[in-house]
Structure formats: C-alpha cells, structure tokens
Design a protein around this ligand. Structure first.
Ligand code: GLU
Ligand code: ZN
Length: 302
C-alpha cells in the first residue's frame, strides 16, 4: 500500500518482507532442508511478510516428476505454508525454474552485451590440469562449488582473431563465465553469521553463468528469480555462502538490488555427518513412515 504524503506525492512504503523456499526436486527432502525452511518461514512470519515457494527444477536431467509431488507434500506435512508458488500461483508466476527460460535468456543477453561474461571452451579436465592439485576453498565446500578458474579463455589471453571468432559464435554449445574482479574484497552482512568477506579471484574465480547444454547455471537462475520475485531476504544453508559472493557480483552486473542474506548453520548428526549427505535415513518420508510427528521432529528448532 502506498501512502500519500500531505503534499500530494505518493511515498513508497518500506518493501514488504519477501522470503522464499527454493528446493530442488533432485531427491527426497530431509530434515536438514526442513530445518532451514522452518527458519525461513519463521523469519517471514516475524517480519509480517510473505513466503514464496520456488521449484528449482532447472536441472532437467536430474529432477523427476515424482520428487516434485513428494516435495510439495513433505513441505506441507512438516508445517510449511506459502502464499505464492507452483501450486497456488501468484503475481510472479511461473514459479518453476524449468518454465522461466525467457527470463534467464534475457539476463544472459544483458550480460553478454555489457561484456561481463565470456565464452569458455575448457573442459572440466582442462581446468583441473591447468590448476594442478585439486583446489578446495577454505570456505564451506559445496557440490555447487567450482574450482577457481585459471582464466585460460579470458579475452586478453586469446588472439584477436580467436576473440572475433568466439564473439560471432552462438550462445549454446559453449560455457559462459562471469569475469570476477580479481583481488577485490566482496563483503556482505549475514543476518546469522555477521560480516562475511571473500576475495574475488582467490576464494572463487570466473564462474559459470550459462552451460554449454543451453541451461543457465544455478547462480544465474537464482539471482534472476530472486530479483524478479522481489525477494528481500534469502535464507539458506551455510554451504552456499561462497555462492552468495558470486551472486552479489551477478546482481551488480545486472544492475539489480541484492537481497539480504541469512545463512543457517549446517546440521550434523551424532556422528558429525552432514544431514545433507544422509538423504536416506532422515528423509521426511522415512520419518513419517516410522510414525514420527511433525511437531516432534520440529521440537528442537527455533
Ligand atoms: N535449489 C537450490 C538448492 O536447493 C537453492 C539454493 C538457494 O537457496 O539458493 O540448493
Ligand atoms: Zn576456457
């Protein structure tokens, strides 16, 4: 709601809190996911805001229809509720990433036109070989993480002819990377863990924005959707902190305002194994089949 100032101008109100749940239907939801989502819901409610469900089904090779249905059911069963989403609609529909290709393509063209990204023909093996020993960041490692790219395909490392040839090339069939500002310290204030910093080019390098199979990267899709859906705070697991630095550079390159971030600490089991790695035993389905109640499972959560 806009308020009208006595002088007659419309004063735009503070943006309403908009949070989101963004599960990937690549397997069954487990207790670790649910706890993070529970925090996201609690923060949206405390702020009197909205919670949006987005189906991160970008990776069409890995997701299966069965998992989408199970995902929605499991989320509701554990006690989550949303006011916009694939099953309830809303002003920013569609809420499935597999149906938002036009948004990603437009962002890609914007990045290409501004020179923020460049095509890269390196295979994973090329990158590994150029780097020598496998590189692991000191920050929380995550499967979505990429090694620090050695810059082989940066335009300044190629001949003018090769650059011209690549510039005339098609979007698909080659990987595209965002050039990070080497040596720049990127920082943000995390709502849970406080101030975070990482040096571009050291903790993370030029990262994938578009894959050669014609699919946008997680980083691009996530930023495009969080911006388009007017998300004001992203609540997710601490394993994605390194991705947050990358995403901040994408917001900058796209001229979009970044949301606030709140990274939840990762949950470990009694043996110190991350819950995310124990899909089997701690899947919500399994726990439910064992007769556990949602309230009992949530008992220790804030
Ligand atoms: N679909 C992504 C995942 O489950 C979303 C991560 C995020 O919250 O940005 O890993
Ligand atoms: Zn390359």
């Amino acid at each position: 709601m806009c308020q009208v100032h006595p002088c007659g101008t419309v004063v735009s109100p503070l943006p309403l809190y908009r949070g989101r749940l963004a599960p990937s239907p690549t397997g069954l939801l487990h207790l670790g996911h649910a706890r993070t989502f529970w925090v996201a819901q609690a923060r949206a409610r405390a702020a009197g805001g909205k919670l949006i469900l987005r189906n991160d089904d970008l990776d069409t090779a890995r997701w299966k229809l069965d998992f989408v249905a199970a995902m929605l059911e499991d989320l509701r069963w554990i006690g989550l509720d949303w006011s916009e989403g694939p099953d309830v609609g809303g002003p920013h529909a569609p809420y499935e990433q597999s149906r938002r290709g036009a948004h990603y393509a437009a962002a890609f063209e914007q990045l290409r036109a501004s020179g923020a990204i460049y095509p890269c023909t390196c295979t994973r093996r090329d990158v590994q070989q150029a780097l020598g020993a496998p590189h692991e960041s000191a920050l929380a490692p995550n499967p979505t993480d990429e090694p620090v790219y050695p810059g082989t395909c940066r335009p300044e490392n190629l001949s003018p002819e090769e650059n011209a040839r690549r510039a005339a090339g098609l979007r698909d069939g080659v990987n595209w990377r965002l050039r990070v500002p080497d040596g720049e310290e990127i920082s943000f204030h995390d709502g849970h863990a406080g101030d975070q910093r990482a040096v571009a080019g050291r903790e993370f390098g030029d990262f994938l924005v578009w894959r050669k199979d014609g699919v946008p990267s997680y980083q691009l899709a996530c930023v495009v959707d969080d911006a388009a859906m007017r998300i004001t705070e992203v609540v997710r697991g601490a394993d994605l902190i390194l991705s947050t630095f990358r995403q901040l550079l994408l917001y900058r390159a796209l001229g979009a305002t970044a949301p606030a971030f709140f990274h939840c600490p990762l949950v470990h089991d009694e043996h110190g194994v991350r819950l995310a790695k124990r899909h089997d035993a701690l899947a919500l389905r399994t726990l439910r089949a064992q007769g556990k109640s949602p309230a009992a499972l949530r008992a220790g959560w804030k």
